[in-house]
Design a protein around this ligand. Structure first.
Ligand SMILES: Nc1ncnc2c1ncn2[C@@H]1O[C@H](COP(=O)(O)OP(=O)(O)OP(=O)(O)O)[C@@H](O)[C@H]1O
Ligand SMILES: [Mg+2]
Length: 208
């Protein structure tokens, strides 16, 4: 068993409700998604994403997509992967969700760079999907980084990034619009965004 595999095996996730039960002292929990827990490997620049038992197959799928993106600096590099984990660059900074939460301004140039990163991914034959605030970072060096590429292979069109850009230009970028928004409001917005009626309203607003 190699060192990463050994580390991954210390992460104990309940089969019943995906609750995180225990993990090695050399790991720091840095994020939780709908399919995985993500840890920083202490005293390193690497992060390890450990998938919930029912989503372990995504480790291989997501790694394959990251490998297609190899060399594009907007995406983390991959160091290793296994049955239920991926080891990648640890990104030091804030997700866009945290930026909005903490009142850190998201600039027009950041939005353009994300657009460019997505274009580069499309240029590699991928279909960028699931582009939401928690999957986009602004690093401490003011660079843009994108993570969580598992759905970049899907054929269905995903309008999330277009919708976010619409909200950015129509509301967020206006001088009077609050730049700091509490988690509860952001989560409420995210909850309603998943409702078909809101998707319809978005599509109508965007065509106006
Ligand atoms: N390489 C990284 N460096 C720093 N933080 C990270 C990294 N990867 C993930 N994170 C943090 O962990 C969170 C969850 O990671 P990720 O989006 O990969 O999980 P997921 O289960 O696939 O998410 P989703 O719910 O979007 O499907 C991210 O929103 C982010 O805050
Ligand atoms: Mg995510």
């Amino acid at each position: 068993m190699d060192a990463y595999q050994q580390l991954a095996s210390t992460v104990n996730i309940s089969n019943k409700n995906n609750r995180l039960l225990s993990y090695d002292d050399s790991l720091t929990l840095i994020g939780t998604g709908r399919s995985a827990y993500v840890f920083r490997i202490k005293e390193s620049d690497q992060a390890i994403k450990i998938f919930f038992p029912e989503f372990r197959h995504i480790a291989k799928e997501e790694t394959e997509i990251y490998l297609k993106l190899k060399g594009i600096s907007y995406f983390p590099r991959i160091y290793a992967f296994g049955e239920n984990y991926i080891v990648m660059d640890y990104i030091q900074g804030r997700t866009l969700f945290e930026c909005v939460n903490d009142g850190v301004a998201i600039k027009e140039s950041h939005v353009r760079e994300i657009d460019y990163a997505l274009e580069l991914a499309a240029g590699r034959g991928l279909n960028p999907s699931d582009i939401h605030l928690r999957n986009l970072f602004i690093t401490t060096n003011d660079e843009v980084k994108l993570i969580d590429v598992a759905r970049f292979n899907q054929t269905k069109n995903c309008s999330q990034w277009d919708d976010l850009k619409y909200v950015y230009h129509r509301f967020y970028s206006k001088r009077m619009f609050p730049k700091k928004i509490p988690t509860v409001i952001l989560n409420t917005f995210a909850y309603f965004y998943r409702k078909p009626i809101i998707t319809k309203a978005f599509n109508m607003a965007k065509t106006k």
